[in-house]
Design a protein. Structure first.
Length: 338
């Protein structure tokens, strides 16, 4: 079992994972910056769900010069957005030794998935060379959580994690990590085909997330209104066709995948939440990467391309509006009458 663990990224998912590890008795370091991390450092991390409200002390470290004094860890979880992984790896370099296991907690297709770099998620192949698949334990995350206030994370909805070695082996390291997380209250299973699991989650992410940005619709509408559901189904069928060309085995069909999402009800996708909060969207890993593979294999994905392009246009329009908005408190110039 790992004797030293760092979680890089002090958002909702990273905080939940760090708290679960600490609850299991692990020596865990939460790495990030900002008011939330500072509050955890002062008073510990408060975690709450329907049955729990508990605070645990967790060591913290800010990215930057303060990390230089840290030794390499046995395991590093990367709990950041896909587009921020390289920056997080560079910032956390002192924690990454030659024997460190890296567990990326990401949406979409990760850099290590293929035998060649994916430009959409790893321009120039930097991550593919710095952290090749043998250093990685793959992960598929199903967690619903939010940072309620600095120092306080609340979980609702899904609470499970799937881990797997890229080569499909049931290694001691992956089994130990799964046992540790499960002991901390985060049910974690080891899957021999983690790549298939990643693609299975991608069907839902790619089918719903970009369209939610374009329409502002919650999952109940995306999967319930006939016009929106038709678009979701088209994107999911295109994604499964691409996966099949790559040898992916899907455990469920489109109807079953939609049924899984319908159980979440009026849920706003993570991409819609990021859009509404003015954050960068994870279109690279969730949409651009599969479309890059589709172009290589000449697999047509016209509906996926259209929805991706519309979501990116919505993001640009949002950012243009924000940059053109007058500063808070400023008054608009008076206009002359007719």
């Amino acid at each position: 079992m790992s004797s030293s663990i760092a979680v890089v990224g002090a958002g909702a998912v990273g905080s939940v994972v760090a708290w679960r590890l600490a609850r299991a008795g692990a020596s865990v370091l939460l790495v990030g910056r900002g008011p939330h991390l500072a509050a955890v450092g002062r008073a510990g991390l408060r975690y709450s769900d329907a049955a729990t409200d508990e605070r645990l002390p967790i060591a913290v470290a800010e990215t930057g010069p303060g990390l230089q004094a840290q030794a390499a860890c046995d395991t590093v979880f990367l709990a950041v957005k896909a587009q921020d992984v390289r920056g997080a790896v560079e910032a956390a370099a002192p924690l990454l030794g030659p024997q460190t296991t890296v567990v990326p907690l990401l949406n979409g297709l990760p850099w290590w998935l293929r035998d060649e770099p994916l430009e959409a998620v790893d321009p120039g192949g930097w991550l593919w060379r710095a952290l090749p698949a043998p250093h990685v334990v793959g992960a598929v995350v199903h967690l619903g959580a939010e940072v309620v206030a600095p120092g306080w994370v609340r979980q609702a909805g899904d609470n499970r994690l799937t881990l797997g070695e890229p080569d499909g082996t049931a290694s001691p390291r992956v089994q130990a990590l799964a046992a540790l997380l499960t002991a901390g209250g985060l049910p974690t299973r080891v899957h021999a085909a983690i790549r298939d699991e990643l693609w299975t989650k991608l069907i839902g992410n790619l089918g719903a997330n970009p369209l939610s940005v374009v329409t502002g619709a919650t999952l109940d509408r995306l999967f319930g209104e006939p016009g929106l559901r038709a678009v979701v189904e088209a994107v999911m069928h295109e994604t499964m066709a691409l996966g099949a060309n790559l040898g992916v085995r899907f455990p469920m069909d489109v109807a079953a995948r939609i049924a899984v999402g319908q159980r979440l009800g009026a849920f706003r996708t993570s991409m819609l939440q990021d859009f509404e909060r003015g954050r960068a969207l994870e279109l690279g890993a969730i949409a651009d990467a599969p479309l890059e593979l589709a172009a290589r294999l000449r697999v047509p994905m016209p509906m996926t391309t259209l929805v991706r392009d519309l979501a990116r246009a919505a993001e640009r329009s949002r950012d243009l509006r924000a940059s053109a908005a007058p500063p808070a408190g400023a008054t608009s110039p008076a206009k002359a009458g007719p």
